[in-house]
Design a protein around this ligand. Structure first.
Ligand code: NAP
Length: 285
């Protein structure tokens, strides 16, 4: 068997074109251009690359991008004040707080102070809680939202299927598990303390992996015909690698998101989609 590859690039381009058109229509109705702010504390090569990618994604659909850079030795008070200013700024519609934050910053305390209406990453407890309680969340984190969109577009049936999500971060694993649960999958969340992980993975009709350990999952972890969503993105030996060993997993799975070109391209577009929701609510459109 060779898995059908669920590629995100074309779908992301299509969604991007739709967003661009919608933002252009809305621009005529409001004087404030849609604006996304990214708060970065200190210099980090990975975060800087992410900022460049977000900036490009914003420009492609007609969103203004406002980076806010603070020094690495900024205090908790400095960072909270900068975030507070963005919260209060009526010309800013979405705010991202970039990871990693320096050790002196209490991330939870900081994120508690983010305006939930501008939380396009879905990291504020109110948005996370609404997702968990299935009460029309303001914002679903973009990466799992993109993963689910790829599965839905491919016509994957969810109801009654056994789903295993490896990874329990607040931005990928946990919300992905909730999105699958809300679609009536029977969901297992696995993590670094899970015993006999390959056996747990082998039970999955839908296996989602968000760990950050390149090529950890191999073909012998996969139930024949399973749908595999690989969120992993790690640079290793000069190449971008997923959490799945592509060749051996593709030989057993029925569907697989490739790396690169699978879930990655969807993430930024779904982030822009969240910004559209924030903008619409802000301008009443
Ligand atoms: P994270 O916060 O570091 O979480 C990693 C998760 O993996 C944790 O829950 C951890 O378990 C678990 N884990 C670590 N080692 C494990 C092992 N040996 N066996 C089983 N579970 C293990 O990472 P993240 O932010 O969720 O990101 C995960 C991956 O997705 C990374 O490669 C990241 O670059 C990628 N990512 C991709 C996109 C995209 O657009 N596709 C977006 C964001 C992130 P514990 O909780 O027990 O520590």
């Amino acid at each position: 068997m060779s898995a059908h590859l669920l590629t995100g690039r074309e779908r992301a381009k299509q969604l991007q074109a739709e967003l661009k058109e919608t933002f252009a229509q809305l621009a005529g109705e409001s004087s404030a251009p849609p604006t996304l702010a990214a708060l970065q504390v200190g210099i980090d090569a990975a975060a800087a690359g992410y900022v460049r990618a977000i900036k490009r994604a914003c420009l492609r659909v007609g969103i203004a991008f406002r980076p806010v850079e603070l020094k690495n030795d900024s205090s908790q008070g400095d960072v909270q004040a900068a975030l507070g200013a963005l919260n209060d700024d009526g010309t800013v519609h979405g705010i991202m707080v970039l990871a990693p934050l320096p050790d002196q910053i209490d991330e939870s305390l900081l994120l508690d102070g983010l305006n939930p209406a501008k939380d396009v990453d879905g990291v504020h407890p109110l948005n996370a809680g609404r997702l968990a309680a299935q009460r029309r969340p303001y914002f679903v984190p973009a990466t799992p939202a993109g993963g689910i969109r790829l599965l839905e577009d491919a016509g994957v049936a969810f109801k009654g299927k056994k789903a295993v999500v490896i990874g329990r971060s607040d931005i990928v694993g946990k919300p992905m598990a909730l999105l699958l649960l809300h679609r009536h999958c029977t969901v297992t969340i696995a993590h670094s303390r899970t015993q006999d992980l390959p056996a747990v993975a082998r039970e999955a009709d839908i296996l989602c992996v968000a760990v950050g350990r390149p090529e950890m999952v191999t073909g012998d972890w996969i139930k024949p015909g399973a749908v595999v969503v690989d969120f992993g993105m790690t640079y290793s030996d000069g190449a971008l690698k997923g959490d799945c060993e592509q060749e051996s997993v593709a030989a057993v799975a029925g569907m697989l998101t490739p790396v690169p070109g699978g879930t990655g391209p969807m993430t930024n577009v779904l982030l822009m989609r969240n910004l559209l929701d924030a903008y619409r609510r802000s301008v009443g459109a």
